[in-house]
Ligand binder design. Structure first.
Ligand SMILES: CC(C)[C@H](C(=O)O)[C@@H](O)C(=O)O
Ligand code: SF4
Length: 413
């Protein structure tokens, strides 16, 4: 008699948990990256805590500004490395290993039925594996580091069903942007969105990660895809612990149940400066772009790079194009299967696996008035540099736009 979230919280809190209940839940895995671990560790020390609750359940990837861009971040990162050593945290991922939201799933921490919390808003990505996964602030994370527990209000759930198949040139990102356009940036506030339907089961693991990654962009606490054979295959030889898949009961209560047809979805673009400012590509075709960015926790996986390479193969980009694989594993796979060579021959610039210019710190910040088409998840004003304009799209639309220097429908190249 419950939604996926109610059932996961019931297990994690050791009591029957219903939507809107307040529960103290045991955290299975906790993540903080270079950007948020410093605040977390400061709060942890202020609490006069000496030792973390369980070093094996804490994961610390360096991805946001790694390698460090200046003395301040270098010194902060040095402090975190020392603290990680002191605490004996084995799951520390140095710069170059990749973006936190790629590193955790690749290393088997994103598991069905688990409660995974990260000090980063896109931690909802792990819902692609049937986990309840969400982002918290640094002080909440300090509480988790200290006790392994955190208070939650169990969210109500929305049930989204997407039936049908995505057309040629239309990808998980387009479906995701389409749903955000329909829902609005606050349409799912504090709700858990469960995704069902043939279009969702058809998505690859990578596509499901794209979808759940952006659940927060409709205000959701998390997005969850019920685990299936694809999930179990991905987790095979990867899962750090045994897991128990959790599914909603047939009489589970949802705040709302909505059905969308996948067949008519066109390539979508989210226009500046709000993620729900979504238009079919046809309405923005021809807008000049100064930079193309293919990467991030939303769309920096092998499948994404392969799609871009299939469009750029044997051609040259017309504008500066930055490609950043989501992880070292992704980069190595793209080298091994020739994808990276295709991209480099087309003239792209390759940067260290990590967040890159996504949040405007380094490796491709925009100049005043410049326009970027990006495969990321946020296009807020000033995010990639004060005065910049960000259009969000799929790797296919981004690659097609790289060839022409203007926003281009990937179905036309
Ligand atoms: C730096 C970090 C706190 C932030 C987040 O939580 O989302 C970042 O990853 C982002 O995407 O803006
Ligand atoms: S890639 Fe971008 S959205 Fe993802 S964690 Fe890094 S900064 Fe945040």
């Amino acid at each position: 008699m419950g939604t996926i979230s109610e059932k996961i919280f019931s297990r994690a809190a050791g009591t029957e948990a219903k939507a809107n209940d307040f529960v103290l839940a045991d955290i299975d895995y906790a993540m903080a990256h270079d950007g948020t671990s410093i605040l977390t560790v400061n709060a942890f020390k202020e609490m006069e805590m000496k030792k973390v609750w369980d070093s094996s359940r804490i994961v610390i990837p360096f991805d946001h500004i790694a390698p460090a861009n200046n003395e301040t971040s270098a010194t902060l990162q040095k402090e975190i490395r020392e603290w990680v050593r002191e605490q004996g945290i084995p799951n520390f991922y140095e710069m170059g290993e990749g973006i936190c939201h790629q590193v955790l799933p690749e290393n088997g921490f994103a598991l069905p039925g688990k409660l995974v919390v990260g000090a980063d808003s896109h931690s909802c990505t792990y819902g692609a594996f049937g986990a309840f996964a969400t982002g918290v602030g640094a002080t909440d994370m300090a509480e988790i580091f200290a006790t392994g527990k955190l208070w939650f209000k169990v969210p109500e759930s929305l049930r989204f069903t997407v039936e049908g198949g995505l057309g040629e040139g239309v990808y998980a990102k387009d479906l995701t942007l389409y749903l955000i356009g329909k829902t609005g940036i606050d349409g799912a506030t504090y709700k858990a969105v469960e995704f069902y339907g043939s279009a969702i089961s058809e998505l690859s693991i990578s596509g499901r990660m794209t979808l759940c990654n952006m659940a927060i962009e409709m205000g959701a606490k998390t997005g969850i895809v019920p685990p299936d054979e694809k999930t179990f295959n991905f987790l095979n030889n990867r899962a750090v612990a045994p897991y128990e898949p959790v599914y909603a009961d047939h009489d589970a209560v949802y705040a709302e149940e909505l059905t969308y047809p996948a067949d008519d979805i066109e390539p979508q673009v989210a226009c500046p400066h709000q993620v729900d400012n979504v238009k079919p590509v046809g309405e923005v075709e021809g807008i000049h772009v100064d930079q193309v960015f293919i990467g991030t926790c939303t769309n920096g996986r092998l499948e994404d790079l392969e799609i871009a390479a299939s469009i750029l193969k044997g051609k040259k980009v017309a504008v500066r194009t930055i490609v950043i694989p989501a992880s070292r594993t992704t980069l190595l796979a793209a080298i091994e299967n020739g994808t990276m060579e295709t991209l480099l021959k087309a003239g792209v610039t390759l940067a260290t696996p990590g967040c890159g210019p996504c949040l405007g710190a380094h490796q491709g910040v925009l100049g005043e008035g410049e326009v970027c088409i990006s495969t990321a998840n946020r296009n807020f004003k000033g995010r990639m540099g004060k005065g910049g304009f960000i259009y969000l799209a799929s790797p296919a639309t981004a690659a097609a736009s790289a060839l022409s220097g203007e926003i281009t429908d990937p179905r036309k190249v």
